[in-house]
Design a protein around this ligand. Structure first.
Ligand code: PMV
Length: 338
């Protein structure tokens, strides 16, 4: 058996604008998906998923999602999760030149699903790593990122950006601009995440921004202003000491101000929601340096910067917030667990 894990991520800056060629800075966080893979003698793939907010399910199939009559969770959720696992299996078979390889796969994850934390990317990245290693092939994190991107691209009908998969495979803070993905230095940023228990519809939210941007120059300007914020934000990170035990207060305060600005522009583009806005405001009122939604929006998670426990406590008492937790920057991306 081979077990690999990979982290989820938050967007420090730049979601949505990244779709139009602006840069974005996602950061990996210490919430992981763990995938255990055992090679089988036949070409079947058997998947067991736990803790995926799906009540767990078990599916056996021969390499295409098909029907899953035995599962007692909503079919669309199973189909979505199985689509990603399917695509990861296809990439592993291709990388190992083993088209008939079969696997028993167990997926565990403490990353809320579809909530802007890159849960599917983490499952795909860890799955490709574990399945290829199980077949005796060791890919570099960059190769895994590339294959995971292809897998997500296929499942999401060409809508995926490289941000989630690259960040999950490499760990730390990354910068993504079109096809150009690189890791960047960042001090240990004190992220706090608030989760409203829901999820946004990424496709619909991306389409909404696209049509606003096509219709109004000021919406197009809003998207490019997000790019300006990202460029200023990454300059701040580049000037910081990556080996500092704690980021200096001036850095947190300026990053927080930029996060607030970025959230305001996302709100103007129509991708926030009442619960995301109330968590953002609760985080600000609790004394965080700044807060914004993370990911596609519409529902899901916000991210705030606060080294103290105040923001987490404040969020826990905020109506609409189902869970609040600290999530340190994950310096390690995909890794072998056992
Ligand atoms: O919700 P997430 O974590 O999948 O992020 C979506 C980010 C978008 O910029 C809205 C879309 C994308 O593919 O980059």
């Amino acid at each position: 058996m081979t077990v690999s894990s990979a982290p989820g991520k938050v967007y420090l800056f730049g979601e949505h604008a990244v779709v139009y060629g602006e840069p974005a800075v996602p950061c990996a966080v210490e919430r992981r998906a763990t995938v255990s893979v055992t090679a089988r003698d036949d070409d079947h793939v058997r998947v067991r998923a736990e803790d995926l907010s799906l009540n767990g399910f078990t599916v056996e199939y021969r390499g295409s999602t098909g029907d899953h009559p035995d599962v007692d969770v909503p079919a669309p959720l199973v189909e979505a999760a199985m689509g990603y696992i399917d695509a990861a299996v296809a990439q592993a078979r291709d990388a190992a030149d083993a088209p008939d390889a079969g696997f028993d796969i167990t997926v565990e994850s403490d990353i809320p699903l579809g909530a802007g934390l890159g849960s599917s990317a983490a499952v795909v990245v860890a799955g490709i790593d574990a399945a290829t290693r199980e077949l005796g092939v060791e890919l570099s994190p960059r190769e895994i990122a590339e294959r995971a991107y292809r897998a997500e691209h296929e499942v999401q009908d060409g809508q995926a950006s490289r941000a989630d998969t690259f960040c999950s495979a490499m760990g730390g803070a990354v910068r993504v601009e079109g096809d150009d993905c690189r890791t960047i230095d960042a001090p240990p940023l004190p992220f706090v995440i608030g989760f409203d228990g829901g999820a946004g519809d990424t496709g619909a939210l991306v389409a909404g921004v696209r049509s606003l941007r096509e219709e109004y120059d000021f919406a197009a300007d809003t998207v490019s202003t997000i790019g300006d914020i990202v460029r200023r934000g990454e300059t701040l990170l580049a000037e910081a000491d990556p080996d500092a035990d704690e980021p200096p207060e001036e850095l947190l305060s300026e990053l927080g101000r930029f996060m607030n600005f970025n959230h305001g522009l996302l709100e103007a583009l129509g991708v926030s929601s009442r619960s995301l806005d109330s968590m953002v405001w609760a985080a600000r009122e609790a004394g965080s340096y700044g807060a914004k939604l993370t990911g596609a929006g519409g529902g899901g998670c916000i991210v705030a910067l606060d080294p103290t426990p105040e923001t987490q406590t404040g969020l826990q008492f905020t109506p609409g917030c189902e869970d609040a937790f600290r999530a340190e920057l994950a310096t390690e991306g995909v890794r072998l667990e056992e």
